[in-house]
Design a protein around this ligand. Structure first.
Ligand code: ATP
Ligand code: MG
Ligand code: MG
Length: 551
């Protein structure tokens, strides 16, 4: 049955399946293990795995591990963890480094065909002689070496007989080609570095453009999907595939990468933030990494929904980070239990409440969930409310607590403020209130209305917790619009993390486990941090309640 395309990539695949060019769709997600995955990678993961799933094909997780200088096993492990956590299953787990011998053979094939040569120019000379968009490049003096000489020299390169930078292998294409990528690009360079998998077996390493299409060909990839920056590299991708005998002929397609407001996504920058201690690690909850979002409290489904809804296009744009927040908020609204937490406590003493009485107040866990259960929250004479929920001299529209005013304590009683107690500095330290015993459950039998409802915790029973509030990591909406002469770090948000040491949580939360999520009434969605212990509970705010994302 013909399927309907929901983006241009799906249309390409439908056409390929219908025309018979392709019988089974094979895609791949090809990260370089030189950093942790970020939300932009999530988009690519959702596209590649999503297309394979939709069209009954397969998607490989392939490590593009061709550069030993920046790659590490730690990153391989983290990437595997993140893709699994997002909920995707790869057909094969592949490593480009497993294909090094085959790449070498194809390089020999190109040399034998007179289509590759060993160049002894320095990297600077090669760059300088490449020409510009308006000027053709200058041919290397080594360009017309014989096939025999090239074979011997390339073999010597492999054996380690040259130093780093002494020579490279270049494709012999066209130094006057209008596309600069086609001006005799480098295929191999010498790197006397140990590789995290092949160790010291190789000292020549293939360049991305040379290797990538071959990786796709070896795995039988049908649709090799990458970001728009590689559009100009496609002729080269094709050239390498067309000039040796490959087992399959993949094709490259490009889509617009994800850019997100108030953050950066280059791995180089994210690594610098980690290494220089601007954040606590790759999984700092402020980072746009998958591991950071996980620790912050995002769910795999919220990230997948985000990727689905932003769609796939061929024009670069900036996605509002508020939309990402919207996706998790919308989900957690339906799924999380509500609890009361006071972040900035102010003591309330209910003067007419019996000294030693403790009542168990019934509270519905999640009014959005028809199957929600009830819990019992202890209530007694001394409570804490939020400092912000009291004003000594309130404006007219303030409906919370003030001298002489009555409010509803959520799930419990109406209270009226009778007296304000201050310390020697004039700071309000306590409120003396009375309660209406008839209003238990939050309604008064006489039908008396109160406008404000505030949350509270029992002073005797509340549990102390550290609460970490996060804001955007950067202050500039579009990090591509930095002022001249500025560095991206100049835009770091000094208020991206606010730590509250002595928040008070209702005592109904038991056996807290990292990543357990709640709604703190009127505050937002929170999750238990990895640092949390039974003795020292730590919560992360995932997102505040207020949705400032406008459709
Ligand atoms: P960076 O520029 O941050 O180093 P990269 O593109 O070099 O990223 P890779 O590990 O090579 O990182 O990326 C793996 C795949 O993820 C590639 O196919 C790449 O196109 C895709 N990808 C990377 N960043 C984004 C993004 N912001 N949006 C969508 N896809 C992305
Ligand atoms: Mg890359
Ligand atoms: Mg990169």
């Amino acid at each position: 049955t013909p399927q309907k395309a929901s983006n241009f990539l799906e249309q390409i695949i439908i056409d390929d399946l219908e025309s018979g060019r392709v019988s089974k769709v094979i895609t791949r997600f090809p990260p370089e293990p030189n950093g942790y995955l970020h939300i932009g990678h999530a988009k690519s993961i959702c596209i590649n795995f999503g297309l394979a799933e939709k069209f009954g094909g397969e998607c490989n997780l392939r490590f593009d591990d061709t550069n030993p200088t920046k790659e590490e096993q730690e990153y391989v492990d983290a990437i595997i963890r993140d893709v699994e956590w997002l909920g995707f299953k790869w057909a094969k787990l592949c490593f480009a480094s497993d294909y090094f011998e085959q790449f070498y053979e194809w390089a020999i094939e190109l040399i034998k065909a007179g289509k590759a040569y060993v160049d002894h120019q320095s990297p600077e000379e090669i760059r300088r002689t490449r020409g510009t968009l308006t000027e053709p490049g200058i041919e290397s003096p080594y360009r017309n070496r014989s096939v025999e000489e090239n074979l011997i020299l390339f073999e010597k390169m492999r054996r380690g007989e040259f130093e780093e930078g002494e020579c490279v292998l270049r494709a012999k294409i066209d130094m006057a080609h209008p596309n600069l990528n086609m001006r005799d690009p480098v295929m191999y360079r010498i790197l006397k570095k140990s590789h995290h998998r092949t160790k010291d077996k190789w000292c020549i390493y293939p360049m991305y453009d040379f290797a990538h299409g071959y990786e796709d060909a070896i795995e039988g990839v049908t649709h090799s999907i990458c970001t728009l920056e590689f559009q100009d590299h496609r002729p080269l991708y094709d050239w390498f595939l067309d000039n040796v005998s490959v087992p399959h002929r993949p094709r490259q397609y490009e889509f617009a990468r994800l850019n997100l407001s108030y953050t950066v996504m280059s791995k180089r920058k994210l690594l610098e933030l980690v290494e220089k201690g601007y954040v606590s690690g790759w999984d700092d909850p402020r980072m746009p990494t998958i591991s950071g979002l996980r620790r912050r409290g995002f769910t795999p489904s919220s990230i997948r929904r985000f990727c689905e809804e932003i769609g796939v296009s061929k024009t670069n744009s900036l996605v509002d980070i508020e939309f990402l927040y919207h996706c998790i908020r919308d989900e957690l609204n339906k799924t999380t239990d509500r609890v009361m937490a006071v972040l900035n406590p102010l003591k309330v003493v209910i003067e007419n409440y019996p000294d030693d009485l403790v009542e168990e107040i019934d509270a519905l866990n999640n009014p959005e969930d028809p199957n929600s259960e009830w819990r019992k929250v202890p209530f007694c004479k001394e409570l804490y409310i939020e400092k912000d929920d009291f004003m000594e001299d309130p404006p007219k529209k303030y409906f919370r607590l003030a001298p002489g005013r009555e409010v509803r304590l959520k799930h419990a009683y109406f209270i009226t403020c009778k007296e304000v107690i201050k310390d020697e500095n004039g700071e309000i330290v306590e409120l003396r209130c009375t309660y209406d015993p008839e209003s238990r459950g939050g309604e008064s039998p006489d039908g008396r209305k109160v406008k404000g409802t505030i949350h509270w915790v029992s002073a005797k029973h509340a549990v102390k917790a550290e609460v970490r509030l996060y804001d955007n990591l950067f202050t500039l909406r579009n990090m591509d619009e930095m002022e001249e002469g500025k560095d991206y770090k100049d835009y770091l948000n000094p208020n991206s993390l606010k730590v509250i040491k002595d928040a008070l949580i209702e005592p109904t939360l038991k056996d807290l486990k990292p990543l357990q999520r709640f709604q703190f009434l009127r505050h937002g969605y929170f999750c238990v941090d990895y640092d949390s212990t039974p003795e020292h509970i730590v919560f992360n705010r995932i997102v505040p309640l207020k949705d400032s994302w406008a459709k």
